[in-house]
Design a protein around this ligand. Sequence first.
Ligand code: MN
Length: 705
Amino acid sequence: MIDVEDLIALVHNYNPRANADLIRRAYAYGFLMHDGQLRKSGEPYFTHPVAVAAILTEQHLDDATIVTALLHDTIEDTKSTYTEVARQFGQEVAELVDGVTKLTNLQLSSAESKQAENFRKLFMAMSRDLRVILVKLADRLHNMRTIRSMAPEKQAQKARETMEIYAPLAGRMGMQWMREELEDLSFKVLNPEARNSIIRRFITLQREAGDVVHKITADIHTELEKARIEADVYGRAKKPYSIWRKMQEKNLAFSRLSDIYGFRIITADVADCYRILGAIHQRWRAVPGRFKDYISQPKSNGYRSIHTTVSGRDGKRVEVQIRTRQMHEVAEAGVAAHWSYREGVRAQNPFAVDLAKWIASVTDRLDAEDNTDFLENVKLEMFTDQVFCFSPKGDVIQLPRGATPLDYAYAIHTRIGNSCVSAKIDGIRVPLWTRLKNGQSVEIITAEGQRPQASWIDIVTTGRAKAAIRRSLREEDRGRFVKLGQELARVAFDHVGRKVTDKALRTAAKMLGVSDENDLLARLGSAEITARRVVETLYPELAMSKAEEVDAKRPIVGLTADQNFRRADCCQPVPGERIVGITYPKRGVIVHAIDCAALEEFEEQPGRWVDLHWHAGRHAAVHTISLEITISNDTGVLGRVCTLIGEQRANISDLQFTERKPDFYRLIIDVDLRDVEHLHMVMTALEAESDVAQVSRYRDVTRKP
Ligand code: MN
């Protein structure tokens, strides 16, 4: 184990002004807290936090980060607490340690590849400070370096996580060396055979061709000397994993793989970079399509360098990267360069990562608004517009901020959303309008027969959920309209002595340019098309005779010329409904609907019954019926109701309130109508009005005929 003075010396190398006392206290505290704990390897546990701190010194990180590394497992694994860490080491360190603890507690194990990107974003979202991720990456790097003492199954799981989440994360942070090492350590666990075979090929190659790296380095040096440019040249064989990946991607055997060596030329200034490029291209042929100038066009993570590939010695392809020393530092440290120290001060590197640009590149957020303050504090507020939650299986679901369990349910599947009855967050039942927070696990409880409620529209924030709810509500309406349409069609067809058949409806649908019979019925029910029009379309010859106006004075067939008649007040029959007459000696005939309850008392007097039916044709709007409606007590509602009735060309002949409550009114409106179809049109129009809670035909048997 590195002792505390050695660790301090490592820090002092790059930051002579580092707070040695603070590091000493953190070291002593961590040592004390982890006392008695052992790693799987049998070593004292505290060797791990110290090794993590040492990795971070290689990145020249600030005191707070080094101290956080020493303490990073104390809140999680020892009796230490946030408050205690804050008291002894300050708020900044406590928050950093807490951030690392939160990441450690995430259950990543069930992550599938397609989820990895979400996990990486979740990491960012949960780490309000990038240094939390730097510590976590160093932590993972050390754990991967020492993974051999773990059980094989655990090794595989950690290696997969590392390959899918941590290594790409290191890449996005701009730390290529760490990415490569994490990948290679994982590769060693996940596919040792492949890795070994690549290493064996390297050994064979070296035996055949000698030390290629050494030879090419010498070749390059010769060219640089000729051109009188000062520069360092570093060559290396590529890591087994990146070679293996190339073999997979290009489906090539190792022997056919061309660029397995990479060279770096590091020089003093930008002008030299281009002079070196010229010298290299003059000596060796450039491979077309492989030249990239990231100096004039830096990558979003701040990376600058010139890349080219040339056909070198024996036609072997060689990749060459050319950059200045400062660019090289950024390429190695990535985002970490922002905190790195040199000679006791924050390193001022003109090529250091532009955090605003970097964050924009990670978040895909294009607007780089004025967030100078935010950059000062290095708070990762970049995901404020998003929230990441877990499914019970451990999948990460990405939602916009403000999303509720209902949005989550619809994000999983429309069916889950539609049948959602309640939700649990972290195992606790919550109302559906609860706003979700990062890292929460969400469980949706569904029930068969549950339908989306109109009120859900206001609860959800995602367009997907809103669209699904609207669609479902519309379909429900449609179901009601189809039923109503069936009833209207039956009445209208009866009227002309025909039967409603699927075939007839299908034909009518086609003739009216409607997609099918169900659509036709729905349109009938919603009064978009009248039943009369359907009948006229199918039976134009009947329509001819019907087209005439029925005499308003004699609308009923079956009465003698001298018989007076009156519609019964109890059932208020209208044309289109089946009717029957009861004769009275003086008053003539009272016309009832066939199902009127008042007819019961005449059952013993068959002599008084007269068979009647309405005249075919267009009736005048003179048949009064009563509607009972309930409306909300808001300004203008009653006026709107009257307008709606008027728009249907029906006349209101009376109106009386039966109930006045603070929030609603109930009233009976008498309306003069043509026939049953007209009645349905009026009722449909009223039902569609959102302030009408209920509308029904009012039939009062106690009203004497
Ligand atoms: Mn750890």
